[in-house]
Design a protein around this ligand. Sequence first.
Ligand SMILES: Cc1ncc(COP(=O)(O)O)c(C=O)c1O
Length: 350
Amino acid sequence: MIRFCNDYSEVIHPKILGKLVEVNTGQAGVYGEDTYCERARELIKGLCGNDDLHVRFVVGGTLANLLVISASLRPHQCVISPTTGHVATLEAGAIEATGHKVSTISTDDGKITAEQIESFYSEYTDSDYRVHIAQPKLVFISFPTEYGTLYTKDELQAISDVCKDRNLYLYIDGARLGYGLCAEGNDVDLKFITESCDAFYIGGTKQGALLGEAIVIKNENIAEDFTSIIKQRGGLLAKGMILGLQFTALFEDDLYFELSKHANKMASLVRDALKKKGVEFFIESQTNQLFPILQNGVLEGLSEKYLFANWKKVDDESSVIRICTSWATTEESIGKLIADMEASLEQSGE
Ligand SMILES: Cc1ncc(COP(=O)(O)O)c(C=O)c1O
């Protein structure tokens, strides 16, 4: 069975494992105060073009989100997220459990617009019942979105502007940031991400690391006592060096970007092959996640060999699936997948 259901079914990229093996019997500082975390922080700050950033490492995305969001908000304040946002849909109420409502803005493609944020905020400020309503304070978006789509530079700039104008924090979930930055047609870079928001995180778990996310905070209000906040939530790893070391390996020689490009390229081979066969897509994604609409018969034919994520049912005959590629996806496995998909499509007369 080949798993295309997500981008973290493999354990760790060999170069990163090599680094861990290299330092295995040496000693290091603890709780993130070690030379590896320090080096990773330097590398990340350099790539972001800002020496004043605060960089902290945690094990997963849900934790990164709840830490940044709860550190940003006062008790009565809430998050604004797209309806499809990870914090609104797939984190078991982790944000709400910190005491903050997640308010949503509707979206068809995973993105929200500056105009939607402005009108959501105005509705709050114009309301006669303002003191009775959770106060919007932080805008949560992800890059890429849950649907693998990307904000353009102009769209992100407009969101950033409205957030500054309305004194809202902008926080970007970058669980798959590399796939977005390296996508064909993308015009946003890491420096622009850094400039446009108050905090974001760079995903490692879905980008070749064993595990780990690098939280990058620009806004000093959010950064205040952040390490204590991580500790209080149980997120400060005693052996934090294993996180720092992995990000050093990812960023020392552009491995992070190479792996992202590779995964995107593998996805584009599948995209092109399916399009040639006339398959329609639920959404056009430029990154490593694809959302084709396939007949149930076609999927049955493939289910013995491949695992995909069931995204949503379209009707009784067809469904949207998510196909994910990763750093570890080989051309060989993509070749097999394409051949089997083509055969299955032909058999079912699609
Ligand atoms: C965009 C995004 N954010 C956050 C998460 C949560 O990450 P974790 O499962 O490491 O908590 C995921 C996981 O799928 C994700 O896709």
